[in-house]
Ligand binder design. Structure first.
Ligand code: GLU
Length: 480
């Protein structure tokens, strides 16, 4: 039995090391981002190292642009790595050394099967109701036949000879004890026909070479783990602890994808999500966190606990993400809020910047909304907004004539102004505030009316009240 049960020789002074090892074949999405975050938090929490490794051995599918995208996304999320980035495409010498070690032990053999032959093998196994696995036909080729094909330069991959009759046991950090029979694992490719290392191989060799102690990765990798443990055993390298994170699903229960609402980190960033909102949300996606509210990365790391990672699929909930977005936006200091909203210029008058942010931030989720408020409050336009103006029209011209006159009596005191309008118009509550709000902003909802009143330049308040009065007159004349 090959037993990998809490066997890692953790020295008292050894550093806990986790890693994020994406294949740069597309933009980072929520699933990878959560894997990166959990791995980073586990390391930060222990004062360990978070390592970044780019698994770019598949030249046909990896691109430099996507590798750069990973770095950009991690930096933006605020997840610093302490080692790397390491690129597998630059580590061929190390892999060659380990191929040689396995070859010398007789653990590898060349496989000449074409992709078509392998597909056919798979089809017939499935048709016979058997699980598909390599049937070992090249393992049985006579040496002379192998030599002949090699001399002919027939393309050959290298397969790892899986030992017979073994049980591979390991303790998954999240899912508990795991047990696999070697007879269910077909001999697998460790070096492709083009000479590049296959995922199982370079991934396992690098984890050992880099001293990774804890691997957190998606559940889809669970069945790869026994293969990797067998490889590491053969190479006499130390295997890390593995923890397999449950899948993230969409609202429909299907794996999260573009179809059911997934977006890449780059897309979320472009929409205006804040990195702290995302990490706060992701830290609670399939991980139970006692503390509510917006936490800093340090607080998230301190609260991170592998025992609190669930085994059931985690459902992506955009409403929860929005909840953290609201908290993160509200928590932004004045200058950071203005930078987030791209309002660093003079669209918000210097004197009222702090007041603007205080009033508007709790009503805003994304930058465009903040810009719309700046435009509404500080630009001279007759009547803004898109909300239904029926309540404004219903108040009538006389109401706004009165409001305008009383504004001149109380130009700097919203409370005194609205009280005077109430007393003299006989309107109160919603019947008073909705028409005034519509007149000043064109919207029924938003920050406190008294805050908006205080922020707006006086000439703009005056012009809006006049415009409201005129709009009522027009509406009345148009009535049948
Ligand atoms: N390159 C692999 C992936 O992106 C890494 C898997 C692992 O973390 O071990 O799926």
């Amino acid at each position: 039995m090959i037993e990998h049960l809490w066997r890692f020789p953790v020295e008292p002074d050894s550093v806990l090391k986790t890693r994020f090892a994406p294949s740069p074949t597309g933009r980072m999405h929520l699933g990878n981002a959560r894997t990166a975050l959990f791995s980073a938090l586990l390391a930060y929490r222990q004062g360990g190292h978070f390592v970044l490794r780019i698994e770019d051995t598949d030249a046909a599918r990896s691109t430099v642009l996507h590798a750069e995208g990973v770095l950009e996304d991690l930096r933006w999320l605020g997840l610093p790595w302490q080692e790397g980035p390491f690129y597998q495409s630059r580590r061929q010498d190390l892999y060659a050394e380990h191929f040689e070690a396995l070859r010398a032990q007789g653990r590898l053999y060349p496989c000449f099967c074409t992709p078509e032959a392998l597909a056919e093998q798979r089809r017939s196994q499935l048709a016979a109701g058997r699980p598909p696995r390599y049937d070992g036909r090249c393992a049985r080729l006579p040496a002379a036949e192998v030599d002949r094909r090699m001399a002919e330069n027939q393309p050959a991959a290298l397969r790892f000879r899986v030992p017979e009759g073994q049980t591979v046991v390991f303790e998954d950090l999240i899912r508990g004890p795991q047990c696999f029979e070697s007879k269910d694992i077909g001999d697998f490719v460790v070096r492709r026909t083009d000479g590049t290392p296959a995922f199982f191989f370079s991934n396992a060799v690098d984890d050992a070479d880099m001293g990774i102690t804890h691997v957190l990765r998606g559940e889809d990798h669970l069945t790869n783990t026994p293969r990797q443990i067998l490889l590491l055993e053969a190479l006499r390298l130390v295997a890390p602890y593995y923890g397999h994170l449950p899948l993230i699903t969409g609202h429909d229960g299907a794996p999260l994808s573009k179809r059911n609402g997934s977006q890449s980190i780059a897309e979320l960033r472009a929409t205006g999500y804040l990195p702290l909102a995302l990490v706060n949300y992701l830290a609670r996606l399939g991980h139970h966190l006692e503390k509510p509210g917006l936490l800093s990365l340090d607080e998230l790391a301190a609260a991170f606990d592998l025992a609190a990672v669930g085994r059931a699929p985690a459902r992506f909930d955009p409403a929860q993400l929005m909840h953290y977005q609201k908290l993160a936006v509200s928590a932004l200091p004045v200058d950071a809020f203005l930078a987030f909203a791209e309002l660093g210029d003079d669209r918000v008058p210097e004197a009222v910047r702090a007041d603007f942010v205080r009033a508007v931030a709790p009503n805003v989720n994304f930058p465009a909304e903040a810009r719309a408020w700046a435009e509404c409050l500080f630009t001279d336009q007759p009547l803004v907004g898109t909300d239904d103006l029926a309540d404004l029209h219903a108040a009538g011209s006389a109401f706004f004539r009165l409001a305008a006159a009383l504004f001149e009596a109380h130009p700097d005191d919203a409370g005194a102004w609205t009280r005077a309008v109430r007393d003299q118009s006989g309107r109160s509550g919603k019947a008073l505030f909705i028409p005034l709000r519509l007149a000043l902003t064109g919207r029924e909802h938003g920050p406190e009316l008294r805050d908006l009143f205080a922020l707006m330049p006086r000439p703009i308040v005056r012009a809006r009240l006049a415009a409201a009065e005129a709009a009522c007159a027009v509406a009345r004349s148009e009535m049948p």
